[in-house]
Ligand binder design. Structure first.
Ligand code: ATP
Ligand code: MG
Length: 420
């Protein structure tokens, strides 16, 4: 029955995968903190306007991917497909323009009605950063260095590359759009475009550069490049970003065909990609969006930032091992209360402790092995009478009788502060 399945493109994230997600999220949070970015959370639900007005009415997200509905009060609401527009909206709503630069980090679920496949989900999760109020190239350098820091912290530096391009300023982009349309409109070129791209040719030709269709990719490979249409200011800007990245020791590869799928981007555009995930190879993407806040009706404020897909990064890392608890085991039914008391005492002291709910000694030890406990604390009548517990190391099988008042100190060798 379909109602017993999760909605297509959404996932039950079970413990092994959730641990990997959490590792990605926590490495990102830690990197963001080192760069002085404060965590924020904006609502998952926003007025549809927030996205419709900013992502551009020709973007894939707005034309076909948004989960939009009219709520009982008659408002059109949308489950956020990304978080930059939400942060920009929050920036305006809360009058944060007195407090620039604003550096924020976020993490949470996003929703897009995509063709679902591995690494492309309808509910997925992103971590991301936004830096508002800085027009200097150094801002792009900082957010890109931070992204590289995350990739590095996850141990992915040799499998993920930073690709970078510039879209130039508005004037450069207009000039390029004309050049590109002229090239793509020649009959022998136009005839080779995919149907989707034929449509984009009128509405949003730059998006054709981003097409994943092989027919378009061939055409694009021979297209005139953005770089040739850049005015001097845009070129200087990009050169400064590249020089900054070099100075900061961030490796990158220039990709003249890289464009971003949303309309609010200008100047720097970048993606961190891998060939380990097939067609879903972009794990992190971002760029500069100087026009966004003004377009939403706020005070003109430059911005730059990125978002990374938690699912895609999580697929690349080795699954973090499950934490290993200590099992407290009453040897007989009479020791059940002592076991509960000691379990709670050890938990309060910070140990991860499992206490079985029922069963004899044999069954409880079996369970201790099944949950991969590192040690079992056996509480038997005789030991307790002597003020002792028997601690069995479940890897070596060694047993030691330990005085109860020294139990915590003895178990410290097993304690892992991060109980993951
Ligand atoms: P793609 O080109 O793969 O469609 P995008 O340009 O739509 O990506 P962004 O909007 O820039 O992606 O989002 C940033 C990152 O979020 C992506 O690089 C990717 O890692 C992740 N992401 C985007 N859409 C999805 C999705 N539907 N499922 C899983 N991860 C996603
Ligand atoms: Mg997409």
């Amino acid at each position: 029955m379909s109602t017993l399945q999760p909605v297509r493109g959404t996932d039950d994230i079970l413990p092994d995968v959730k641990r990997a997600h959490r590792r990605v999220e926590e490495e990102a949070r830690a990197v963001a903190a080192r760069y002085g970015y404060a965590e924020v959370a904006t609502p998952i639900l926003e007025f549809t306007e927030v996205f419709a007005r900013t992502l551009g009415d020709t973007s894939d997200i707005v034309t076909k991917e948004m989960y939009t509905f009219v709520d009982r009060g008659g408002d059109s609401l949308t489950l956020r497909p990304e978080n930059t527009a939400g942060v920009a909206r929050a920036f305006i709503s809360n009058g944060l323009h007195h407090d620039l630069p604003l550096k924020v980090f976020y993490s949470g679920p996003m929703f897009r009605r995509e063709h679902s496949q591995l690494g492309r989900r309808r509910q997925f999760h992103q971590v991301g950063v936004e830096l508002l109020g800085v027009a200097e190239p150094l801002a792009d350098v900082e957010v890109i260095a931070m992204a590289a820091g995350l990739i590095d912290a996850l141990g992915l530096a040799d499998r993920v590359v930073c690709e970078i391009n510039t879209l130039g300023d508005g004037a450069s982009r207009d000039a390029y759009r004309e050049t590109l349309v002229a090239y793509l409109s020649a009959p022998e070129v136009k005839g080779r475009l995919s149907p989707d791209s034929l449509e984009r040719l009128d509405r949003n030709p730059l998006r054709i550069l981003d097409s994943k269709d092989d027919r378009d990719r061939e055409v694009v490979a021979a297209a005139p490049q953005m770089g040739d249409s850049l005015n001097a200011e845009s070129r200087d800007y990009f050169d400064a970003v590249l020089a900054g990245l070099e100075a900061a020791g961030v490796a990158f590869r220039r990709n003249p065909h890289l464009v971003r799928g949303l309309d609010y981007y200008c100047h720097t555009a970048f993606e961190f990609t891998t060939d380990a995930l097939g067609a879903q190879g972009t794990v992190l993407a971002g760029g500069r969006y100087d026009g966004l806040i003004a377009q939403m009706g706020g005070p003109a404020t430059p911005g730059t930032g990125w978002a990374a897909g938690i699912e895609r990064l999580a697929m690349l890392i080795a699954p973090p091992p499950a934490p290993r608890p200590i099992a407290v085991v009453p040897v007989g039914a009479d020791q059940a209360m002592d076991a509960l008391v000691w379990t709670q005492r050890l938990r309060h002291a910070g140990f991860a402790v499992d206490l079985g709910f029922s069963g004899n000694l044999k069954k409880r030890l079996k369970r201790a092995n099944k949950i991969n406990a590192c040690a079992a604390v056996l509480l038997g009548e005789d030991e307790l009478a002597r003020g002792q517990a028997r601690v069995r190391d479940l890897d070596s099988g060694d047993q030691t009788d330990v005085a109860l008042d020294g139990l915590e100190a003895h178990l410290a060798r097993y304690n892992v502060d991060d109980h993951g």
